[in-house]
Design a protein around this ligand. Structure first.
Ligand code: MN
Length: 242
């Protein structure tokens, strides 16, 4: 049997729902192509139900979406904050903490990087303009899903380095936020030339990786497909352990 991959989703009320629907469809296709069994985790579940679903699946994938309520990282709001959804925050903060306590494989995309950091005690640039020397990272909502405006440099000896197999990678960029203070359990495994963190991993976890870019939008690139394949393979070996 293929490993069951739980994927988080955005609310129906998301201001940019049409775009998020497209991104989610591309994630589902990417998981299926990598030989995983994709399943969407609905919003609105009780903690007990969520915990049972979590226990039943072989891995968890966080999709992209709106901003996290800044109160979760002890910040006030900001004019650029958009698309906050309390229910999505609740579900993903809970899942992220469980993942950090377990060996359950995890892959995060865009917001997935940010919420993992916030769940484990880190903070965010509420808008990348808060970083003194950041270049442009948001090509959204121009729908330039496959434009690759910057490179990333990958840390040697990271999980990401093993998956990607080369130190420099050109990536797309659809984010207006980024990790600021990193949570104690996390390590930055890639950065953009301006210093912005582009990937994080939970240290001492078999496979808990989150990337700030959108590999699901680049299915023609075998390196990007390789990210989904490595994640699904980790879910498969976790499943074998029973
Ligand atoms: Mn970027």
């Amino acid at each position: 049997m293929r490993p069951l991959i739980s994927i988080t989703t955005h609310p129906k009320s998301a201001p940019d729902r049409a775009v998020l629907d497209q991104l989610l469809e591309m994630i589902i296709s990417s998981v299926e192509r990598a030989n995983g069994l994709p399943m969407i985790i609905p919003l609105g579940l009780s903690e007990n139900t969520l915990r049972e679903l979590y226990a039943r699946c072989d891995g968890v994938l966080f999709s992209g979406g709106g901003d996290i309520d800044p109160t979760h990282y002890s910040a006030t709001t900001h004019e650029k904050i958009d698309g906050v959804d309390a229910e999505r925050d609740r579900v993903e903060l809970m899942l992220a903490k469980w993942i950090a306590d377990d060996d359950k494989p995890f892959f995060g995309i865009c917001r997935g990087t940010q919420i993992l950091n916030v769940a484990l005690g880190g903070s965010l640039y509420r808008d990348i303009s808060e970083h003194a020397s950041a270049s442009r990272h948001t090509y959204y909502p121009d729908f330039a899903f496959d434009l690759r405006p910057h490179e990333i440099k990958i840390e040697e000896d990271s999980t990401l380095a093993k998956v990607i197999g080369k130190p420099i990678l050109s990536v797309n960029s659809l984010h207006h936020q980024a990790c600021k203070d990193l949570a104690p359990q996390l390590v930055a495994s890639a950065r953009a030339p301006d210093g912005i963190i582009e990937a994080v991993e939970i240290a001492h976890h078999p496979f808990a990786l989150a990337v700030q870019w959108h590999p699901e939008c680049l299915p023609g690139d075998e390196v990007m497909r390789g990210l989904f394949e490595a994640f699904v393979a980790a879910c498969n070996s976790d499943k074998m352990k029973g």
